[in-house]
Design a protein. Structure first.
Length: 264
């Protein structure tokens, strides 16, 4: 299979002991492209994903500040992001958005930081990777007012909303990405949405090291396991896993205008 993992945190400490092996297993599993998310452990390490993208021609990077760390943000952090966004291996801004599940940062601060990053992403002409948890109404409203007119779109990462919310994202030019939680027995709602999203707008991801698919649940996730997400989406679309893998890889390549992806 030719797979793409559209969202992985390769820099996280869970990979410190065997990171090189994890990356090799990803290639051995057939991954032809991976998007390394650059939020890092927080705004003091905003270049966290760049080393992987610089070292491997099949890995690309993002930059951004997660809503969990919004309360820590300074003007200096924003200036750093502006600089990092010009790196040739950075192809998206994120993950950014709103998280009302944990509220690690006050919601009003999350909104301010979200909007500031959308403005910077627009200036940089980069699509955005959206994190939205239990905040869909507000998140979609912000995107409608502050982002839609950019025409840059983005990715709804680890999608957890309804079909109607997915359709609103699609209408704004977003890709819809499904993660390992779509394989869980109680996640039929996610599989129902995955069945209806147009194939040309689907992506798959791991969100490594989190959300390991059902057969690895409770353990560390890693990019190689994205094959199980492809299998789950294939089962609800009445397709072969190889077809979902190749289609979602082609979608990733087309959305980011990457050309042919390398198998070697």
């Amino acid at each position: 299979m030719e797979l793409t993992d559209s969202h992985a945190h390769l820099d996280f400490a869970q990979f410190d002991a065997d990171r090189a092996d994890v990356i090799q297993r990803a290639r051995d599993a057939g991954i032809v492209a991976l998007l390394a998310i650059g939020t890092g452990p927080g705004p003091e390490k905003l270049d966290a994903a760049l080393p992987f993208a610089e070292q491997h021609d099949w890995i690309w990077a993002t930059v951004g500040i997660h809503p969990h760390e919004a309360a820590q943000v300074t003007d200096a952090h924003m200036a750093t992001l502006e600089t990092l966004a010009r790196h040739p291996r950075v192809i998206a801004w994120g993950e950014i958005g709103l998280d009302y599940h944990y509220d690690f940062s006050p919601r009003e601060v999350q909104h301010v930081v979200f909007r500031r990053q959308l403005a910077l992403a627009r200036e940089a002409e980069l699509p955005v990777v959206i994190h939205c948890r239990e905040a869909w109404t507000d998140c979609l409203n912000v995107l409608q007012t502050d982002w839609r007119s950019s025409g840059l779109g983005g990715i709804f990462h680890c999608f957890s909303g309804t079909l109607e919310e997915a359709r609103q994202g699609l209408d704004m030019g977003f890709m819809i990405s499904f993660a390992g939680n779509s394989t869980y027995p109680k996640a039929q709602n996610l599989r129902d949405v995955a069945r209806e999203v147009p194939m040309e707008s689907l992506l798959i991801e791991t969100d490594s090291p989190y959300l390991a698919p059902q057969t690895h649940r409770g353990r560390r996730n890693e990019p190689a396991y994205v094959a199980e997400v492809a299998q789950t989406l294939a089962s609800v679309r009445n397709l072969a896993a190889e077809d979902v893998a190749s289609i979602t890889s082609a979608n990733f390549r087309r959305f980011f205008e990457l050309g042919v992806l390398s198998k070697t």
